[in-house]
Each structure stands twice: as C-alpha cells, then as structure tokens.
Design a protein around this ligand. Structure first.
Ligand code: GLY
Length: 609
C-alpha cells in the first residue's frame, strides 16, 4: 500500500472534498465556544454543533476540515501503542445537503482509487447498523457499499453498540454510522468480525448519518435536517495505512523522539519501560504545546483546562525522571512540535515563546516539590505496609489496607503539587489505591474554608440551544462591549463559558475592577437591555468584518465568510450565534463575581435575573 505522511494525508483528504464542492474551514480552538459542559473540543463535530442543529453556516452546507481535539478520559492509558490525549480529526460535513447515496460512493472512491489511498477493495470491510426495536436495519448503506464494490462477505451488520455515533458529550447531534476497516490478516475464527480484538480489522474511518438530537432528558428528537459527519483520525489512519505498530511511530513524532533520545542518551525502543516513558512524554508534551499555543491560550492552573494542562505536564515530568530527562527538556521537545505543525496551525509559531516559557516554568515549579513529595508518598506507603504487617501478625484474618487516605492524598496535592490522579497512578504501580471520595471531601472542605467556590472540573457533555444560554450569550456580547467602554478599548475576550445559570467571561486587564467600575458596567448593560435593541445577524467576508470594526480574533482562523452580530451602536462582534432576537428579553444583568483568573486576566461571573 502507498505510504503517507501527515502532510500528504491532510492535503489528500481536504483536496478530495474540496473537489466535491466542500469549503475547507480552519480548525476551531481547543476550547469549545459557548459550551457549558465540556472543557475541550473532543471531536470534529464539536465546533459545528449549532450548524448540525440547523443554524446556517457562513461557508455553506458542504464543509471539510482537520480539527484539533483533546480527549482526557484516558490519560492514565497514555503510554500504550494507541492512546493519545491530542489528536487531529479529518472530517467532512453535509449540513442538510448530501446523505448516504453520495457519501458512501465517495468513501469508497477515496479509500480505493489509486489517486487517493489506493487500498485494494477486497482489503476493506465495513460495518452497518443491524437495526433494533427503535430503528430499522440500514440496508440502504449495505446496498450502497455493495454497489460501490465492497464484497458482500466484507459487509457486517452490527448492533447499536458498534454502529451508533455521538453525541460527543451528553447531549447533541448523533445517529447511526457505517465504519470502515482495513483487513490486515486472516480472521482468527469463523465468527471473527470487525469488533474482534485479534487485529484482523483496523478501523480507519466512519460516516455518521446524523438524524437525531439527544436531549438532556435522554430522548432522541429527529433533527430538522439530515447531516453527514465523517471522521478519520489522522494519527490512527497514518499508523494503519503505513503498517506501523503504534501511532508514535508515525512522522508526527519523529523529531520529538530524536530530541528525547539526544537529551537522555536512550533509544525509544530500548525496552518496554523506556518506550512507555517516551510515549507519555511525547503525547503529553504535544498536548501541552497545543493547549498553551492555542488561539485561546491555556496556562497551568488549579481549575478547569488549566488543571488538566498542569496534570499532563507534571505526569510528563514524572515519567521524564524514569529516563533521566534533564530539567528544561519539555520546552526543547515542544520546539520540534512547533516546527512540525506550524504550517497547519500557525498559532503555534505565534505563541512559541509562550509555549516555551510556560513549560519551563511549570516544570521547574513541580521539580521544586517533586523530590520532597515522592518522599512523603513513600512515607504513606511505608506507614500502610507497617500497619498491615503488624495487624496481620495479631490477627490472621486481617484484610490488609491498600488505600492511601483522602487527607494524605490531598496533602500531597496541596503541599507538593501532586495532582491526585498522579498519586493514584503511583499508588497503583505499588499495588495500592487512593480513597478518591475521601480526597474529594478533603478538597471540598479546603475549598469551602478558603471560600474559593467550587467549579465542576471534569463535567462532560454538549451545550444545547436552550433559551437561557442564548440570552446569556447575547448578554456576554453586551458585557464585552461595556468592559471596553468602561475599562479600555484594549480589553479583549480571553475565554467564555455559559451554563444555563450564568455566564463566565475572561478578559485581559491588569488589576481588579473597582466597585464603581463594576457598577458602571452593570448599569451600561442594563440600559441597553432596557432600550430593547434588535440583535442583527449579517454574513460578510472576514475582510469586510475587519474593515467595519467588528470584534473578533482576526489573526486567528475563521472561514472566509463569517457571521457578525450587531446590537444597535453598542456591540459589533463576529460570532457563530445563536443569540436572542432583541435585548429586551434578557431581564436584569448582575455581576456576581470579579476575580483574578490568570496573570493579567480577570474573570467575571454574571447572571440574568
Ligand atoms: N465522525 C465522528 C468522529 O469520528 O468523530
């Protein structure tokens, strides 16, 4: 089979769909826009949810992209051959445009035609939905595959467990799918199928036929339009197409591996333990590079995205110790990623100094307490071992205690900077665990004592188009405009997060706002609400938006046509929507909290009453 590089595969894919009427749209930020329930963009569809639900996309109804994604559910599994916390998803989208009849022949053509992937047709297997109590069997998809040229015996009918995709979180667009596999070797038994873990079938792509929206109540509503969402994970596709044993052996990691070898004098495949350490460092440093270098920039902290970033950097440092990686290495490894990816993600080049500084700072910070923390950890384990030995002697029926107490785990976090997940992983390596509920209780007790308020850190799910969030979204634009008028025109959005109850808005400003400034902003927003100004949407080119003075991340990446929202003379922003129709419906705007969020960044929480 043809060999591919990350560069050639991205290009091949995007061009294939461009030639079929698709607009290439840039990757969105790793931080989802206006999504109350997830910390990161976890799938290609994520930034497109409003459009899959029926909003009009400024670039049309046929889109293709390569989206940067982060999934953090399996951090502890990173180190094996397949898990990555960062990945790129190649995708194409029909927003109420084409459906199965077009998509399946295109998939076949891209997979088999020599101008594209050139995989022999008899080396491809596909799965389709077999049907259940609520939905019929997808015979249509099966027939389309057969007509395209897939052998009948390579078409597998499978259950909802295998052939249903989405939503990306708890709610949102979803539907049945058809999945494509490369047949790598003989089946291990007559009943072997693409779900078998024997390695005969390796997944490469999926086409989701999105016809439903999963609601917060767990029901499925039929969408107003039939969408297609396809997903080809770049790392995995490269690995499968090039016949590599692991994603870390693709060209994406080549220079980073060389850098780690040069820094440690060790080879990637020296032995299993070294390989695991390499992979953890490779993955976590790459993810950290993309997080810090993101257009919405994340920095290590103790909450939300910043906490995940801190956790992965610290996990990389811990694994670095296993292979004698000297302090300061993460920034050097990150440089190789900036070089490798800068043409696709120019934000990495723009933020390259920041990436280096933040990595170096965080590494040094953890190194200061790491030694002491490891000693403290040993004390916990030794204490338990002594107690278990003593008690077992006294009572042969005694069941040894194998769990580090929550308070001790919290002490390791609070004093030595050990994220509890790292403590848990270290404990597991020794045959122990951590009392997570006890840790949470200790953490919460500390939080309520320090009145820091509690944030839901690891929530997951997708935003929906609820009226309350729409109103808060419009209120966010008013707040942004008011801050510019009251504080300084240089104030800009650094982050935004909306739940049904409140909005949260981060912006650059060097000092706390005074009570007078807070009041002035509130009054200004409430005055605009009272005026009941219409919220007007217009689609224009990015250039026009810029010339007309709309607020937005211009140096960043929008499609060529953008949606602009104007609220009287008060606010002009580029934004994907959705918004309230006029300001009169918003109610009373109240700022509940103004606090520091990161260095030079303030955070406002506000509600509509
Ligand atoms: N097409 C859905 C996904 O793989 O992300």
């Amino acid at each position: 089979m043809k060999q591919h590089t990350s560069e050639s595969l991205r290009e091949l894919y995007l061009n294939f769909f461009k030639d079929r009427g698709h607009k290439v749209i840039p990757s969105a930020s790793l931080i989802p826009e206006n999504d109350p329930t997830v910390l990161f963009t976890t799938a290609g569809m994520h930034p497109l949810v409003p459009y899959l639900l029926g909003e009009k996309h400024p670039a049309g109804t046929r889109l293709t992209d390569v989206q940067k994604c982060v999934r953090t559910g399996d951090i502890d599994d990173v180190g094996d051959a397949g898990h990555c916390t960062f990945f790129e998803m190649l995708g194409n989208w029909s927003l109420g445009d084409y459906f199965k009849e077009e998509m399946i022949p295109w998939s076949y053509e891209f997979l088999t035609n020599d101008a594209y992937l050139g995989i022999p047709s008899d080396k491809i297997a596909v799965t389709v939905f077999e049907g259940d109590d609520t939905l019929p069997c997808d015979n249509e998809a099966a027939q389309l595959w057969e007509k395209a040229g897939i052998k009948k015996e390579n078409i597998y009918f499978m259950s909802r467990e295998n052939n249903w995709w989405g939503p990306a979180g708890l709610t949102g667009p979803c539907g049945t799918d058809t999945e494509m596999f490369i047949i790598r070797k003989e089946k291990c038994s007559p009943t072997c199928n693409p779900d078998c873990k024997c390695g005969a079938f390796l997944e490469i792509w999926n086409d989701v036929f999105m016809r439903f929206n999963k609601t917060a109540e767990g029901t499925f509503e039929e969408l107003s339009q039939k969408n297609v969402d396809t997903g080809m994970g770049l790392e995995r596709a490269l690995c499968v197409l090039n016949g590599k044993a692991s994603v870390y052996e693709t060209d994406l990691f080549e220079n980073a591996i060389k850098a780690i070898s040069a820094l440690t004098g060790k080879a990637y495949d020296e032995n299993e333990e070294t390989m695991r350490a390499f992979r953890v460092i490779l993955d976590h440093t790459r993810t950290a590079t993309f997080m810090i270098g993101d257009e919405k920039g994340i920095t290590p902290s103790n909450t939300d995205q910043g906490y995940i970033l801190r956790r992965i950097i610290r996990r990389a440092v811990r694994y670095g110790r296993k292979i004698d990686l000297p302090e300061g290495s993460l920034a050097k490894i990150a440089e190789t990623y900036v070089e490798k990816y800068k043409n696709v993600y120019p934000e990495l080049e723009i933020n390259k100094n920041k990436i280096s500084e933040e990595l170096t700072k965080e590494e040094a910070k953890f190194n200061k307490t790491l030694q002491q923390g490891l000693k403290e950890f040993e004390k916990c384990i030794n204490g338990l071992e002594r107690k278990n030995a003593f008690m077992s002697q006294k009572d042969p029926a005694y069941v040894p205690e194998k769990v580090i107490g929550g308070k001790q785990a919290f002490h390791l976090y609070d004093t030595y900077g050990f994220p509890v997940e790292i403590t848990d992983e270290m404990a597991k390596e020794r045959g122990y665990g951590v009392d997570m509920a006890g840790y949470k209780a200790a953490f919460e007790e500390h939080q309520s004592k320090s009145k820091a308020g509690s944030e839901q850190k690891f929530a997951c799910g997708l935003a929906d188009n609820k009226e309350a969030t729409t109103k808060l979204h419009t209120a966010t634009h008013l707040l942004h405009a008011a801050l510019k008028k009251v504080l300084s025109p240089d104030v800009n959005q650094k982050g935004s997060n909306i739940t049904e109850e409140r909005l949260r808005f981060d912006f650059n400003y060097p000092q706390p706002m005074t009570a007078e400034q807070i009041k002035a902003v509130e009054d200004m927003v409430n005055e605009v609400i009272k005026q009941n100004l219409p919220v007007v949407m217009k689609e224009v080119s990015l250039e026009e938006a810029k010339a007309e003075g709309f607020t937005g991340l211009f140096e960043s990446k929008y499609g060529e046509r953008v949606k602009t929202y104007t609220i009287g003379d008060f606010s002009k922003e580029i934004c994907g929507g959705p918004h309230a129709e006029s300001t009169g419906v918003l109610g009373e705007f109240k700022i509940q909290k103004e606090q520091s969020c990161a260095s030079g960044v303030r955070r406002i929480k506000a509600v509509l009453k």
